[in-house]
Design a protein around this ligand. Sequence first.
Ligand code: COS
Length: 380
Amino acid sequence: MDFTLSEEQLMIQQAAKDFAQNELLPGVIERDDAQKFPAEQVRKMGELGFLGMMVKEEYGGSGLDTLSYVLVMEELSKVDASASVVVSVNNSLVCWGLETFGSEAQKQKYLTRLASGEIIGAFCLSEPEAGSDATSQKTTAIDMGDHYVVNGTKNWITNGGTAEVYLVIAQTDVEKGHKGINALIVEKGMEGFEIGPKENKLGIRGSDTHSLLFNDVKVPKENRIGEDGFGFKFAMKTLAGGRIGIAAQALGIAAGAYELARKYSKERKAFGTEIANHQAIAFKLADMHTKIQAARHLVYEAACDKDNGKDYTLSGAMAKLYASEVAMETAVEAVQIHGGNGFVKDYHVERMMRDAKITQIYEGTSEIQKIVISRSILKD
Ligand code: COS
């Protein structure tokens, strides 16, 4: 397997690194503290083409491959996971879903604006009683001929308050189970569509997470994505790619925390020498570095599978499972290496530890990834 990056990929990686240092790092602690959405930074990421990276240029995107996308996700996440989750959701779930399965009219109307970063989108699958058990949708979309009437509640929706376009998964025909589910495009401002209060979260506090309430929302039929009953498959196929983005986010958090811990260990002195000279610290760094490199290979492999037209459900799930575990473990160790300083906000690693946790939960918990992986390896 050859992961040698092309000139173009190296350039994009450097652009993301520079952006993270120059635009995301200033104020990242304050945004986390105040739960402030990085609106200005998101606007600039749109200008750089980071919000529609894999979308064809004819639809306003950058026309890049998945490997370039994970490189960008990794660099942004080293500094600010609240900003990188916006990139992940908009690229992997919203833009990819629309470009791959949307009608030409839907692409013209919504994708072009989403891919250019003019607006951002949200992906609405989770409900109070349907997170991991995603077929148990209680939100309904009743077929009224030329439109659907949507009722229900969605929970923990990233970009919930700031998005303009929402891809909403809802049950049309209960009798048909998961084959009776549809994916609908709902616009902000449609009558009966209300945005609930912002969640007060442990981590990625700058990201904008809300519940959404649908009360007799009329959604035109032309806003359905794919054939009648395609909604659950749409969600599963879209999430399979989304997991590569979150795996790259986890990788970035791990790598960012490791870099800070490495630097600190070469500056901080104890017992007459830099703490990096103590084997207790050096071995921690050795473990962190090894695991991060292993996670990186899994993430790049999943991205390459997607770029090469191979099935990436298994490789994406493995990448997310492993990278998110490495993110959590590495961030905890980075705090430990920083000692007392690790426990205060100025040194960033406590935030990274809080941010790492969500990568083991959203877009399929670690336990869900193990279901996906085990079913895949046991199927024949
Ligand atoms: N690609 C395409 N189709 C898929 C798929 C995938 N990756 N995964 C499942 N499907 C299809 C199945 O083939 C099945 O269709 P058929 O009956 O036509 O074969 C259908 O979806 C239902 O699948 P299954 O019977 O496996 O459903 P389960 O209820 O057992 O659930 C899991 C499967 C657990 C994998 C699914 O519910 C899941 O991914 N849950 C987590 C959802 C999630 O990530 N939530 C977080 C919200 S986003 S922040």
